[in-house]
Design a protein around this ligand. Structure first.
Ligand code: ASP
Length: 327
């Protein structure tokens, strides 16, 4: 009898929880949502976030405010979301750095694979190797020779250890088998301002931050990091064509919520993300910026979870072999 009572009590409690969460899913969102970008305003992650947030807010019927929390290669912004209330009102849009920082930072304020719930993958953006307009080398071969010969004076901008620009810079250093001076920013938005102003020489950054300047001739482009040339930058060779064999990197982005955010909410957000990725404005702007929306199957909690887990596992041995840590 007692066990029946216990069973009844447990079932009633479970039913009440299920009702409460599905009710939550139906009424959510009731107020403004904050989407944290772990880099400065005006950069590539910020650009992607603002486009997607605007389209998602149309579907959700609530405003999504973008908050830039830059610094330490994206780990400060990720930490801010990891410790936020798990109520669906604080989200994170982060890129590949979410996976690499799990190994690059030995003292991270959060446990990458256990501190978040997943909403879905957003996009994968190629990178470009670029320089200030008047930088001497005229092609990638020339850039490689110049950087080797002038390693003490050439400056390379990045957005801190763990950032995409840092990863690409590390790949460049290892391909060139040389070290160069890096200049860290809180995001490559401000780094681009300095590249345009000639205060820094070289940068490797997403096409979402470099396409307009390359096409406008205000910076010099040496290569794209995609397997094939990009239709919006047909004159820019791939790194492979330019002589850097196997030099390929794509910067995938995903949306996360703090651990404990109810499943109804992450699923509601995922549906909204899938709609946003079909929004004609998002599709057109992504194409102009050299990227494309993730597929509907990838823009799901399972799609992002699988990607993050496989990318943490993929980069761990690479970083450990390099033996370069942020702390
Ligand atoms: N592109 C930057 C990076 O290096 C981040 C940003 O500013 O969005 O990761």
């Amino acid at each position: 009898m007692k066990s029946l009572k216990t069973l009844f009590g447990a079932t009633a409690a479970l039913a009440a929880t299920l009702l409460a969460t599905s009710a939550l899913g139906q009424t959510y969102p009731e107020r403004t949502i904050t989407m944290v970008v772990p880099f400065s305003a005006g950069g590539p992650t910020d650009t992607v976030t603002r486009l997607v947030a605007e389209a998602m807010s149309k579907d959700l019927g609530q405003q999504i405010v973008v908050e830039n929390v830059g610094g330490a290669g994206g780990t400060l912004g990720a930490g801010r979301v990891a410790s936020a209330d798990p109520d669906g009102y604080t989200l994170l849009l982060h890129h590949i750095g979410m996976a690499t920082s799990a190994t690059l930072y030995r003292k991270l304020a959060y446990d990458t694979l256990n501190a978040f719930e997943y909403v879905g993958l957003v996009t994968e953006v190629p990178m470009t190797i670029v320089a200030r307009k008047d930088f001497e080398p005229t092609d990638l071969k020339g850039l490689i020779d110049y950087m080797k010969a002038n390693k003490d004076t050439v400056t390379v901008a990045n957005a801190g250890i763990g950032a995409a620009s840092h990863l690409c810079g590390m790949m460049l250093m290892s391909a060139l088998d040389t070290q160069f001076t890096t200049v860290p920013y809180k995001g490559t938005g401000p780094a681009m301002t300095d590249l345009l102003g000639g205060q820094v020489d070289v940068m490797c950054d997403q096409t979402t931050n470099t396409t307009k300047q390359i096409l406008g001739g205000t910076i010099k482009a040496y290569a794209v990091t995609s397997p094939a040339r990009l239709s919006n930058l047909p004159d820019v060779p791939t790194a492979e064509e330019g002589g850097l064999s196997g030099f390929q990197i794509g910067i995938w982005h995903g949306i996360y919520a703090p651990k404990g955010t109810p499943k109804d909410i992450t699923e509601r957000l995922s549906k909204s993300l899938q709609l946003a990725l079909k929004d004609p404005n998002v599709v057109a702007r992504f194409a102009e910026l050299g990227t494309a929306p993730s597929s509907e199957a990838d823009a799901t909690p399972d799609g992002l979870k699988a990607k993050l887990e496989s990318e943490v596992a993929r980069w761990k041995p690479v970083i450990e072999a390099a033996g370069q840590y942020a702390d």
